[in-house]
Design a protein around this ligand. Structure first.
Ligand code: BGC
Length: 476
């Protein structure tokens, strides 16, 4: 097979998330989320003081979204459900029928157009009333998440065959880590992150086991968590620096993946050792990393049908005291390498080979599971002639193909972040990731294809990277 061809049946899709595109933040019975609360009370934490109140207005314009997905030719659409739109208080005793109706319309519209719905249950917009109970630091949220999952399987599971429980648990933990402004913006660095991740992992497993027990046989869907898996490369090569980088990989990526996907289960041994050691050094009487009971290790281990990763960039590391890293207690500092270009988002350095390395690391660590790239994308400051984005995609896809053909990684699909420009969290509308431009000054939020959308049409249609994109970039 040509080095530039994708395997038969390879799936291409595009992604968004509820808070970033839906708008209609308080319409038709929707409850308040932690992002609603944050942007309304602290607009100062958002770069351009904007909000997702209207965003792309997909709540009203979802048919436009379906149309542009179809225009490109995507096989699937990855979108998320807003928990407070479905359960306004977070609890399953009150279901907002308008929310169910909205998602039914979206799902049915996609299917009618030959596009598979790939559904994320939680993409960061926690119902505020659950935050008032402690948010993800409260282990009881696992009960509420299971109840929410039951509502979703019951209402949508007949048509949804691809489920993601959580998008990027590490980013959820960010809202409790260093004061970066992510909701709920409760900086409890060194404690909060560990508690949050613990509850999220247990919640994931509870939803997975519920599905397995009561729904899977009839609904026949597949489920995964979505882990952010950027690559981590030592800045200089020595045995010590390589060991430190590997520790960082385990503590950043293995933190989420090891409990679910390793044969042993539980947190990575090096992480348990390191957090315990650092906790002792600081005079704590116990490790700040919570422990799973034996039963919990078993419940979490193996709670997967495939492995979904978001990948954007590579960090270059050196040993050093914590502070620069969002994962506490690792003693590895993350930097960038000036040799690589940076997107509009300061953290997004373009390092295509990092994707290949990350895929290989996952295959080796977790015995070659089927991998779905659930997000990959590039930000700029606007413009329809987005050649830098096109270069990004072509170069990352080439590395993905090397991972498939040369390294035999089992990659089943690829998801573009994002279908269209949207509310980019604390960057507001300043960093644009879309294949489609959205006019945020137009009440109709007109969507217009960028050049990159056309390139994707061609890639999907031919199931390969066409030669013209490889040799003659200026012709794009
Ligand atoms: C998130 C998206 C976000 C994107 C770009 C991912 O980490 O899942 O919600 O917009 O990165 O920052």
């Amino acid at each position: 097979m040509s080095a530039f061809r994708f395997p038969p049946g390879f799936l291409f899709g595009a992604a968004t998330s509820a808070y970033q595109v839906e708008g209609a933040w308080n319409e038709d019975g929707k409850g308040e989320s932690i992002w609603d609360r944050l942007v309304h009370q602290h607009p100062d934490v958002i770069n351009d003081q904007s909000s997702g109140d209207v965003a792309c207005n997909s709540y009203h314009l979802y048919q436009e979204d379906i149309k542009i997905l179809k225009d490109v030719g995507f096989h699937f659409y990855r979108f998320s459900l807003s928990w407070p739109r479905i359960l306004p208080t977070g609890h399953a005793n009150v279901v907002n029928e308008a929310g169910i109706h909205y998602y039914n319309n979206l799902i049915n519209g996609l299917i009618a157009n030959g596009i598979q719905p790939v559904v994320t249950m939680f993409h960061w917009d926690l119902p505020q009333p659950l935050q008032d109970l402690g948010g993800w630091t409260n282990p009881l949220l696992a009960n509420y998440f299971e109840d929410y999952a039951r509502v979703l399987f019951t209402n949508f599971g007949d048509r949804v065959k691809w489920w993601y429980t959580f998008n990027e648990p590490k980013s959820i933990a960010l809202g409790y880590g260093m004061p970066l402004g992510f909701a709920p913006n409760i900086p409890t660095h060194g404690h909060g992150e560990y508690l949050v991740m613990h509850t999220v992992l247990l919640s994931h497993a509870r939803a997975y086991r519920l599905y397995e027990r009561e729904f899977k046989e009839t609904q026949k869907g597949k489920m995964s968590i979505v882990a952010l898996c950027n690559w981590i490369e030592p800045k200089t090569y020595s045995e010590e620096e390589e060991a430190a980088a590997e520790r960082a990989r385990q503590m950043h990526n293995g933190w989420i993946l090891h409990p679910i996907y390793s044969t042993a289960g539980d947190y990575p041994p090096v992480m348990k050792e390191w957090v315990a050691k650092k906790s002792r050094e600081k005079g704590y009487l116990r490790s700040r990393l919570p422990s799973f009971t034996k039963e919990e290790v078993e419940m979490v281990r193996g709670a997967w049908d495939f492995l979904a990763v978001n990948h954007y960039t590579t960090f270059f590391t050196y040993q050093g005291k914590e502070g620069v890293s969002i994962v506490p207690d690792c003693d590895v500092c993350m930097t960038q390498d000036d040799n690589y270009p940076v997107a509009a988002s300061f953290w997004l350095q373009v390092v295509p080979w990092g994707l290949r390395k990350a895929l290989n690391w996952i295959a080796k660590e977790y015995d070659s599971p089927p991998i779905m790239v659930a997000e990959n994308g590039f930000s700029d400051h606007g413009g329809l002639n987005d050649t830098a984005r096109i270069d990004f995609f072509i170069n990352y896809l080439r590395e993905l193909l090397k991972a498939i053909h040369d390294d035999h990684c089992h990659v089943i699909g690829y998801t573009v972040w994002s279908l269209m420009d949207n509310f980019e969290w604390i960057s507001g509308y300043t960093d644009n990731f879309g294949l489609y431009h959205v006019d945020f000054n137009d009440p109709n939020r007109k969507r217009t294809a960028k050049k990159s959308a056309r390139v994707f049409s061609e890639i999907i249609r031919s199931n390969e990277i066409p030669a013209e994109f490889l040799v003659n970039k200026s012709s794009l």
